[in-house]
Every structure is written in C-alpha cells, then in structure tokens.
Write a protein that binds this ligand. Structure first.
Ligand code: ATP
Ligand code: MG
Length: 416
C-alpha cells in the first residue's frame, strides 16, 4: 500500500474533530465541567443554565468546541463516579422549531416516542419521566441559540417550558436531571433573551465570554494538531508560527483569531505538499494556503503604486524566500538588492533611501519587519515576505511590472 509521506492521521484536521484534551481553554472547560459534576455528585439535581458567547463578529473561536468538549468530558468524568450521564448536542440553526428540537433530544436519548402530533408539554413529560426511570442526567447543548430566539416559529411559552422544565414538570422524586448549556454568537444573545424569556435570562448561572485566539493560543492549537495529524518530519515550528502570526488576534493589530481558519490553512498546506510530491511541507505551501484563504493574494494595485526600487527590493525578498531563506537580515537583503538592481540595469539607492523603502513596504503589509532576537550579532531587523503572499506569484507579478516599465535595451528577462 502506498502511504502518505505527509499525513499520519488526516481526520485530526477535519472541522468536526475535537481533541481528547484541549491545550487552549482547558481552564474554562474545567470550570464548567466542575460546576456540573459537583451538582450531579451531590445527587440533588440541578437547574443550571450556562451560557457561552463570543466576541462580536468573530467566528471559529471555539464556542462550539468548548461546549462539546464539556459534554464529552462530563461523560468521561461521571463514568468514574458511577453517575448516568449523557450530553445532547443540537445546532438550533438547523432545527429552528420546538418539535425538531424535541425530536433530536428524544432520538439522541434513544427514547422512542412520537413527537409529531404530540403537545410540547406531553413530550417534555415523557422525557422527564424517562430520565427519572433511568436515573439519567443530561446536558442539553443548544448551539447557535440566537437563531432560536430570533425564529418566529418558536413561541416564548414553549421556550420557557423547555428551559424551566424542572419547575413546570418536576420529576417524581423532585430531582431535576436536565441541564442546559446555551451557545450564542455574541453579547446580543443576552438582550434577545431579556426580551423573549426574561425569567430564564435572570437564571443564567454562568456566563463565559470567548475572545478571538491570540497568536500564542493558535500556535498551541496548531501544534497539537500537527503532532497528531502529520508525520514528524513533514512539519516544523516555523510553518505553524507563520499561520499563527497571520490569524492571531491582538488588541492593537486586530486579526481574525480563528482556529478554524488556522487549522484549515495547515490542512491545505499539507495537502498541497502531498499533491506536489514533496516529502515535507514547505514555506511556499503555507503561503499558498494562506493566500487561498485570504481575500486577495497578490495586491496588484499596491504593487503598481510602488517605485522601481521598492519593486526591486520586494523582488529580492521574494527571491530569497524561493531560495529557502525566508527570514533575512537587512545586510543580506542589501547585498541581494544590489545584485538584482544591477541585473535590471538600475543603480542601487543609498542606505537612507533603502530604509525608507523598506518601511514603506512594511506599512503596506507586503513585508514583515521584526527586530532580531537572540543568535544574531548586534541589532538588526529581520525581514520576510508577509505570510499570505505566495513568493512565486509575487515574483511573477513584480517582474512583469518592472519589465513593463523598463526602457528597451536595458536589463530584460527574469531574475533567477
Ligand atoms: N481550544 C481549541 N483547541 C483545539 N481546537 C480548537 C479549539 N478551539 C477551536 N478549535 C477548532 O477550531 C475549529 C472552529 O472552532 P468552533 O467550531 O468551535 O468555533 P465557533 O466559535 O463555534 O465558530 P462559529 O462562530 O462559526 O460557530 C474547530 O475545528 C475546532 O476543532
Ligand atoms: Mg459554532
């Protein structure tokens, strides 16, 4: 059998994959698990409703993952204490009616009742009774809960009935076994709840607000996936850093902070490496994957606005990248630029001008300028092409712009 040189376990990079242990958000998960577990262990039941919601306008930041992980962890933990427990996951966006939700709860509990044609209250009674008979605790995760609140097909009374089931339909022994974990997009979920089901809103015991992921967090998430999904020789830390740097969120620079995009990019890069028959993922594969995900890969308008020497500097950086040297010092870049300029029949600009051009390229987001860390003598700046720009496509674009501008008889052809 032909085995992949790149992948050892592809499914680890699937959207639906949830690791057995979270390296990021582990403490949030623990907090939630602990709350429920303590209540179950006391045997008194609980009437807990918790809420997870995310930063406005941010997707792929782990809301669903955290909720499902809590459900799965609780199943593991309760087993150790001999508690019967199951979690039920419902994406209410694709089940925007009370009957659909009840049907899904019943089927995930393997409770054989016909929801169709029965009144909501009857179905809820059957569920409560079933849990009582089996002494079974459940956590119902209602994901995308805002779509249920915004749906005109769900009436407030039913929503109220479902979430306050313990009050309306107490179990025979008075122990409530249904708990809810609501997952919403952003803070607006709270005001929607206040409008539609204010009593339930006031009962939320625990609210967890999730921010977009930082570089460091994305790196940790990617590293865990890479260790499991890829062959050890097929990846390195630098490649993961490129992806994490690109998507990582911070207060000043912003950024998407999306684990979904970061993981997808890693998968695309790995697939590209595989298709191209490489024995490991190369920086170029990551750049290409990032550019596929980004809105525009080659910012042609920006390039056309550059003067010839800025283009030559950019071409020098792209060439270095293609030669496998992605981080270069200003000194190395100057040497390269001198060569490239000469090739195109241009006389290289002086030190000061050179630095002005570099800063301009940085300001346009075409290159990253980083102060050098340990290991390099003296202080210098390290330069690299922005991670989402594929070096080969950039080189082609820059060369063609330079050649368009060149006067006949001067340097022609391609550098490298
Ligand atoms: N802390 C984490 N550890 C490991 N993987 C994570 C983590 N957070 C998110 N992921 C991964 O990132 C992807 C997106 O996460 P998730 O679906 O939970 O985001 P979301 O906030 O629910 O997004 P949406 O707003 O689109 O619903 C998933 O594939 C998930 O496995
Ligand atoms: Mg989600």
């Amino acid at each position: 059998m032909y085995g992949s040189q790149i992948f050892r376990d592809r499914k680890v990079l699937d959207e639906s994959y949830i690791p057995d242990h979270l390296r990021v958000r582990a403490s949030e998960a623990e907090l939630l698990v602990g709350r429920y577990l303590n209540r179950f262990r006391e045997g008194l039941g609980s009437t807990d409703i918790s809420l997870i919601y995310g930063s406005l306008g941010k997707v792929g930041i782990g809301k669903t993952t955290l909720a499902k992980y809590v459900g799965l962890s609780l199943e593991r933990e309760t087993r150790r204490y001999g508690i019967n427990f199951k979690h039920v996951y419902i994406n209410t966006y694709s089940a925007p009616s009370m009957h659909q939700i009840l049907t899904l709860i019943a089927s995930q509990l393997e409770l054989n009742i016909s929801v169709r044609g029965s009144a909501v209250i009857e179905v809820l009674k059957a569920i409560t009774d079933y849990l009582y008979r089996r002494d079974l605790y459940i956590l119902v995760i209602l994901d995308e809960f805002q779509s249920l609140l915004l749906s005109p097909r769900v009436d407030d009374d039913h929503l109220y009935l479902l979430l306050r089931i313990y009050e309306e339909i107490p179990a025979k022994d008075g122990i409530n076994r249904i708990n809810f974990l609501l997952v919403g997009q952003d803070f607006r979920i709270v005001s929607h709840m206040k409008e539609r089901i204010p009593q339930v809103e006031s009962q939320i015991g625990f609210r967890l607000y999730l921010k977009p992921y930082s570089k460091k967090e994305l790196y940790d998430i990617l590293e865990q996936r890479a260790e499991m999904a890829l062959e050890p020789h097929a990846w390195n830390e630098y490649l993961l850093e490129m992806i994490a740097d690109y998507y990582g969120y911070d207060e000043v620079k912003g950024g998407e902070g999306s684990a979904r995009k970061a993981i997808l990019t890693l998968r695309m890069a790995a697939e590209l490496a595989e298709v191209k028959g490489a024995s490991s993922i190369q920086e170029e594969h990551v750049r290409l994957a990032l550019s596929e995900n980004a809105v525009a890969s080659i910012p042609l308008d920006d390039l056309r606005g550059l003067n010839t020497h800025e283009l030559l500097i950019l071409l020098s950086i792209a060439s270095s990248t293609l030669e496998g040297k992605s981080l270069i010092t200003t000194g190395e870049l100057r040497d390269k630029y001198n060569e490239v300029a000469e090739f195109y029949g241009e006389s290289p600009r002086g030190h000061t001008q050179f630095h002005v051009y570099l800063r301009n390229l940085g300001a346009l987001g075409l290159i990253d300028l980083k102060p050098s860390g340990k290991g390099i003598k003296g202080r210098t700046t390290l330069i690299r092409l922005s991670p989402e720009i594929p070096a080969d496509r950039l080189r082609e674009a820059v060369e063609s712009i330079i050649l368009d501008r060149a006067t006949p008889g001067r340097g022609r052809g391609s550098w490298m």
